[in-house]
Design a binder for this molecule. Sequence first.
Ligand SMILES: C[S@@+](CC[C@H](N)C(=O)[O-])C[C@H]1O[C@@H](n2cnc3c(N)ncnc32)[C@H](O)[C@@H]1O
Length: 247
Amino acid sequence: MQATDHLADSRYARMRWNTPLSEEHAALLLRRLDVRPGARVLDLGCGWGELLLRAVTAGGVSGALATRGVGVDTDDAALARGRRSAADRSLDRHVAFVTGEAAAWQEAADRVLCVGSAHAFGGTGGALDALATVVRPGGRLLFGDAFWERPPTPDTEEIFGPEVTDLPGLVEVARERGWRVLHLSTADQREWDDFESTWLAGRQEWLLTYPEDPRAADIRAELDERLRQYVGGYRGVLGLAYLVLGR
Ligand SMILES: C[S@@+](CC[C@H](N)C(=O)[O-])C[C@H]1O[C@@H](n2cnc3c(N)ncnc32)[C@H](O)[C@@H]1O
């Protein structure tokens, strides 16, 4: 029997989802996504699929018109958490979590989510091209992607890469690819601070519990560097936009 790895378990333990997003904001996005009874919902780069589970629930899972969902990700630990959450909510017959490359998925759906996962398609433009092939005609896409709220310093730009653009640029990339913007909103500062804090918190707590663990020094250095980069670099500079798109 494998020993419990408290460090691995702690990594995302304090996060509701892996994106800067409040409960209220998530509820708004799901309303705008407008999942209908009987819809097929697909989440590419789903992580542990919390938004996917809520989208399927919003569509309704009883009767002949039950909504069904599929989440695809390369992170087996995240997918295992998704399966546990689905089972806890009696959604395991309605939602499947599949290990795979997001860009290789071909089965189209009525509602598609791709939040914080454009890098799995090589970036924003590649993602919006590829996602057009998996959204059924008349369907909708919830696309969450980064943009510059303010011009980054060269060091900050290097962390996130040259493809990140400003918000008008992001909207233009979508328009050029034939998408219509049905909804647009952005993460606010409190959502970002909560995201960054909860991203760190699982392992901060682990460090406080297991300070003598041989891995502690490396983890401490990694978390310190991330917090430095955030407060000293991309806080208030990197934004996260949520677009509900149709075509
Ligand atoms: C920032 S997280 C967002 C997760 C989720 N969409 C959410 O909002 O909680 C990005 C996810 O993309 C996944 N990912 C990265 N590369 C991938 C790939 N090539 N194919 C599928 N998933 C990938 C990661 O494992 C991670 O779960």
